[in-house]
Design a protein around this ligand. Structure first.
Ligand SMILES: Cc1cc2nc3c(=O)[nH]c(=O)nc-3n(C[C@H](O)[C@H](O)[C@H](O)COP(=O)(O)OP(=O)(O)OC[C@H]3O[C@@H](n4cnc5c(N)ncnc54)[C@H](O)[C@@H]3O)c2cc1C
Length: 391
């Protein structure tokens, strides 16, 4: 039942879903707007139940080999003196570069790809969905899943306009390649001015480093696909920041054609399914980069969605509500990002002093450890999904 499934988006959620659907005997096609797999991005955490999913996927040993080995965050003053360090290493979590995780998932996934294309129209009927693509000829599938990120096209076509679901969190962020000599090996270094943060992420296992820029702002009008405009916006915001290494980091970031810019946002939806169309990953529940949980939620959510479809023998009417019920509690917890953004980007000079003073205490590390232990205790166990035997 419902054997042919189209997935929009070839990133962590889309590829993990394609992998698990194939293992349960479904046939998948993945349509990706980019001409090839996108390799950019910083480190993402594979943690808690996502470690178990990665073990079952068969990639966890490679994830450990490719781990970034980041020790923690370091806040610096304008003369590059570390005013506070917060260790972020967690024995129950492994950080890996986003592009490396996507490549690993691709290696273990048996699917048909349609690169350089996007869904233009979805028409559902009793037996399936007629899909019109921007380039490829129209095709019918039994089910369609949007794994196409915070600005999901599938969500817009099947659920409604983006404004109904994306909550802007008062900040914008950018990251891009940086000159590694500007950062300390194995540390994320951050420098703040009121309402702004410049940083550099330098992993132990990669020659390349990543520059970060975040700033507080009212909503801005801009073209989401125009990288030149994104670079201009970030340059303008940081034009007056001449201290620390902001100029050098900005210069190297502006030279990167893969410069990545977006609003800090969260996706909140009452339902992740509508008939034969479902959502997974950031398209359904983006918790924002400030949660550090994007990869975890994508891996666990994809595993559960594929598993529930298998357990219901492909019956979407039984499987999709169940997928939402079992995965929602984890999403709700991870969407509570609390003071994370204010800690990274204090609004005032006074706020920065308070943050630095707190960060110097062992309190933050202890709180992080306690939170992780509580979350592990409260997690719903991951079932071993399998398809019911035919009578
Ligand atoms: C290039 C890139 C860099 C990132 N860097 C970081 C980072 O440094 N730190 C961090 O915490 N998170 C980063 N993220 C987000 C992170 O990957 C997600 O938060 C999380 O892992 C969940 O992933 P996802 O698969 O749901 O969505 P995403 O990773 O956002 O992937 C969505 C995919 O869908 C594709 N797509 C979008 N629209 C369409 C369309 N209309 N048709 C077909 N395909 C479409 C995109 O090209 C992308 O491949 C990045 C995402 C991308 C795409």
């Amino acid at each position: 039942m419902n054997e042919r499934i189209l997935i929009s988006g070839a990133s962590i959620a889309g590829l993990a879903l394609a992998h698990w659907l194939a293992r349960h005997g479904f046939r998948t096609t993945v349509v990706e707007r980019a001409p090839a797999l996108r390799t950019g991005g910083n480190g993402v955490d594979v943690r808690a139940q996502a470690v178990e999913v990665a073990e079952r996927t068969g990639i966890m040993s490679r994830v450990r080999e490719l781990a970034t080995d980041i020790q923690g965050m370091k806040f610096v003053d304008s003369s590059d003196r570390a005013v506070a360090r917060v260790g972020t290493q967690d024995p129950a979590s492994v950080e890996i570069m986003r592009g490396d995780l996507v490549a690993l998932l691709d290696q273990v996934t048996d699917t048909e790809y349609l690169f350089g294309d996007s869904i233009q129209r979805l028409e559902q009927d009793d037996d399936g969905v007629l899909v019109t693509f921007e380039r490829a000829p129209s095709r019918r599938f039994h089910l369609v899943v949007g794994a196409d990120g915070m600005h999901s096209t599938v969500r817009r076509l099947a659920f409604g306009a983006e404004e109904r679901f994306v909550r802007f969190k008062d900040h914008y962020f950018a990251f891009a390649d940086a000159d590694a000599s500007l950062g300390e090996d194995r540390w994320v270094t951050m420098f703040n001015t009121p309402g702004r943060m410049t940083g550099i992420y330098r992993s132990g296992n990669h020659a390349q480093a990543k520059a970060y820029f975040m700033f507080r702002s009212a909503p801005l009008e801009y073209d989401r696909h125009d990288v030149t405009e994104h670079k201009r916006l970030v340059s303008e915001r940081f034009a007056e920041d001449r201290s620390w290494r902001t100029r050098e980091l900005l210069d190297s970031a502006l030279a990167d054609p893969e410069f990545y810019f977006d609003a800090l946002g969260q996706v909140r939806m009452g339902s992740w399914h509508n008939g034969r169309v479902a959502l997974v990953g950031d398209a359904a529940w983006c918790a924002s980069p400030a949660s550090g949980a994007g990869a975890e939620l994508a891996l666990v959510g994809a595993y559960r969605l594929a598993g529930e479809l298998a357990a219901a023998n492909g019956d979407h009417r039984a499987a999709l509500p169940r997928y939402q019920t079992v995965h929602r509690p984890l999403v709700d917890r991870r969407q509570q990002i609390g003071p994370n953004v204010r800690i990274m980007i204090p609004r005032t000079v006074g706020g920065r002093f308070v943050r630095d003073a707190f960060a110097r205490l062992p309190l933050m590390n202890a709180m992080g450890g306690l939170d992780r232990r509580l979350q592990a205790k409260n997690a719903t166990p991951l079932p071993d999904y399998c398809r019911p035997r035919r009578p």
